[in-house]
Write a protein that binds this ligand. Structure first.
Ligand code: NAP
Length: 643
């Protein structure tokens, strides 16, 4: 067992204790010392509260100054003593102890089922052990097995890291000239994440050095580059290599993968299994507006940002008011002479006081040097930013205002966020009503406010709510006949989200292509496997996206864990073909749809990228994060036809 070491000068520790999260420090000390005096009633933190008007919780513990000072002084003495005496680092807590310490830290009951998930998210329990032991039991079984991964973004890197650890051969095929996926492609001003980074990072690759609680694109991209090196993935990645088609060959039990290689030539690969890691937000959707090709100036999508186009003193049109538009608007408006924002539907926007908050130096120091602090810190972040909003997204069947909201809780959020709009827009009452959505909060991803309303109220910004009728060489003409002049048009109009894997032609066992089978109504078992497509796995596939909170990395790690169990079964049992049973998939998807209709994003008043042309929810998970983890945790081989 390693020993507890606390490096650094006394002054460093003292300074760090000013910045740490005190409830996290207390449970860390209880873990390190085994002494429950750290959990005294006097030190009990306030519950993680949601502040008035916002949904991003106050995570501090809310101590009186004298109690906080007492905790810091006692912690200083205890940590210095531990550093001097260097006792053995205690083993991870039991699941019961995890539940007990977490319940203290967050001041809410935590049951053991939830604590079991936190044990894995913190790395206290190695989730890879489940399939690792299985593979280790049959040495050499993976020798002739090869996996092709399509995409080297967040999901592909995650999958590659686990295959590498398992000693299974794999190749990652990436169409871009770099890894990073969405964090490589999206480079618009102020692009960043809306989940705190200490949760939006792999559970197996924590990063103590995040500079902000919600980091920006360059730092995220650098993180994924670093992970690629850390897990030894470079040698497995073929950049500028685009998969054009894939077909399952039943006789050989292998996939044939057609690709365009870096030299532009056609090439074919074979693999025992394919993992699609192409994401849901990969192919930009340009608006289908009459005359778009006639525009005289630069016109580009937010995910294809033109850094060569200088917006200074130009007239700029921004189409769309989703997350991307909201993020890019303030900096665009600060540079441009005039910005016209074309809004089809207003979105709900929430304040978040920590959005631009840098991570304090002492917090970074503690994450690096106080043993076990990083684990308990992540557990608290996961708790605070995952399923706490779940009650607000579920419909109360007895609710009396089902047109506008789902329940009393959802209605209270509507009130709070509507009040926030009015507060933010002050005298611009004309804007407030046009900025207030008519669908329930969480019908679409809640957007974090980065001074959106303040920017809309600027003198050089105009909010246009009339429908765009056509684009002409010098601007956009709306249905009221007005010409909105523009030198540059930015289409922040989202992605082709209902056509998973488009434009690849993926042909299954019976010769049907996936786009034909699915149309715009994709269905997969646990968002991962598809009947008639053996040995084929989708990460971030149908019905896996999250809206109410949480990190998409969490979802993908759950899926990768599931896929690894499938591959371990195939390899150790000599399974040539693994195909989910049609009836199992149907029953699962019936359940998914039935639940989706009772959730905020299934509300009939919501029109969004989550739904297909018939209003069926195809992108979002109908489960809380904890339930998703449970459902993907243990492979049940009877769900599959194994040959
Ligand atoms: P989006 O949410 O699909 O928003 C697209 C916007 O363009 C919507 O306002 C849409 O209006 C509008 N639009 C689309 N076609 C149009 C047309 N023909 N005419 C006029 N308006 C049109 O796309 P996004 O903002 O890129 O975000 C996509 C997803 O990416 C988000 O939901 C989120 O999951 C993720 N994202 C996250 C972050 C973050 O973490 N901070 C940042 C960016 C993106 P309607 O609303 O009426 O459809």
């Amino acid at each position: 067992m390693p020993r507890i070491e606390i490096p650094g000068a006394d002054a460093q520790l003292e300074a760090a204790l000013e910045d740490v999260n005190l409830p996290t420090l207390l449970v860390t000390l209880a873990h390190l010392t085994g002494d429950d005096a750290w959990l005294a009633q006097r030190y009990a933190p306030a519950p993680i509260a949601v502040p008035e008007g916002g949904l991003f919780p106050d995570n501090t513990g809310g101590y009186e100054a004298d109690v906080a000072a007492e905790i810091r002084a006692a912690a200083y003495d205890a940590l210095r003593r531990l550093g001097r005496e260097r006792p053995e680092l205690p083993p991870p807590p039991s699941v019961g102890r995890m539940a007990q310490l977490m319940a203290f830290s967050v001041a809410e009951p935590i049951d053991e089922a939830y604590a079991a998930m936190l044990m894995e998210e913190t790395g206290f329990v190695d989730r890879d052990d489940q399939w690792g032991r299985q593979l280790a039991g049959v040495p050499g079984a993976a020798a002739d097995f090869h996996v092709a991964i399509v995409g080297a973004g967040m999901s592909g890197i995650c999958m590659g890291a686990k295959l590498k650890a398992a000693g299974i051969a794999f190749t990652i095929l990436e169409k871009n000239d770099a890894v990073g996926g969405t964090w490589y492609e999206n480079a618009y001003p102020d692009c960043g994440v809306d989940t705190p980074n200490h949760f939006y990072s792999y559970s197996f690759a924590r990063n103590p050095d995040w500079s902000g609680y919600f980091s920006k694109r360059d730092e995220l991209y650098a993180y994924f580059e670093r992970c690629t090196d850390q897990f030894g993935l470079r040698e497995h990645i073929r950049l500028q290599t685009e998969v054009t088609a894939m077909a399952y060959d039943e006789s050989g039990g292998r996939w044939r993968i057609d690709l365009r290689n870096v030299a532009g030539g056609a090439e074919t690969l074979a693999a025992n299994a394919v993992v699609s890691a192409v994401g849901q937000l990969n192919r930009p959707a340009m608006p289908d507006i009459e005359g778009i090709e006639s525009f005289a100036g630069p016109l580009f999508h937010s995910a294809r940002w033109r850094s060569d186009v200088d917006l200074t003193d130009r007239k700029v049109a921004v189409i769309g008011t989703g997350c991307s538009a909201v993020q890019l608007l303030p900096k665009t408006a600060a540079a441009a002479a005039k910005v016209s924002v074309f809004q089809r539907t207003p979105h709900w926007v929430s304040p978040n006081d920590d959005y631009y908050r840098p991570v304090e130096k002492g917090q970074i120091w503690a994450l690096k040097h106080i043993p076990r602090y990083a684990e308990w810190h992540r557990a608290r972040m996961v708790f605070a930013f995952s399923d706490r909003n779940w009650p607000a997204v579920t419909a109360d069947p007895g609710w009396t205002h089902p047109q506008r909201t789902l329940s009393e809780t959802n209605d209270a959020l509507r009130e709070a966020l509507t009040g926030y709009i009015v507060d933010q827009l002050g005298e611009r009452r004309d804007l407030a009503s046009r900025c207030t959505p008519d669908f329930p909060v969480f019908g679409k991803r809640l957007i974090i406010d980065n001074n959106w309303y303040g920017t809309l109220a600027r003198d050089n910004v105009a909010l246009v709510t009339d429908r765009i009728e056509r684009i002409v060489p010098d601007g956009l003409v709306t249905a009221d006949g007005a010409l909105h002049q523009a030198d540059v048009i930015i289409a922040a109009t989202g992605f082709r989200t209902n056509q998973f894997l488009w434009p690849m032609a993926v042909t299954g066992r019976s010769g049907e292509t996936l786009d034909r089978r699915w149309g715009d109504s994709p269905r997969a078992f646990k968002g991962t496997t598809v009947p008639d497509y053996p040995n084929f796995f989708c990460l971030y596939g149908p019905n896996t996206n999250i809206v109410h909170g949480g990190s998409i990395i969490y979802q993908v790690e759950c899926q990768v864990h599931y896929v690894m169990q499938c591959l371990a079964l195939m390899i150790t049992e000599g399974v040539r073909s693994m195909e989910v049973r049609e009836a199992v998939n149907d029953a699962y998807n019936d359940e998914v749809q039935a639940i989706s209709e009772t959730l905020a994003w299934g509300h009939p008043g919501v029109s969004s990228w989550y739904k297909n042309s018939q209003g069926r929810v195809v992108n979002n998970s109908p489960f809380s994060l904890h339930e998703f983890w449970q459902r993907l945790h243990d492979l049940e081989p009877e769900h599959y036809a194994l040959v």
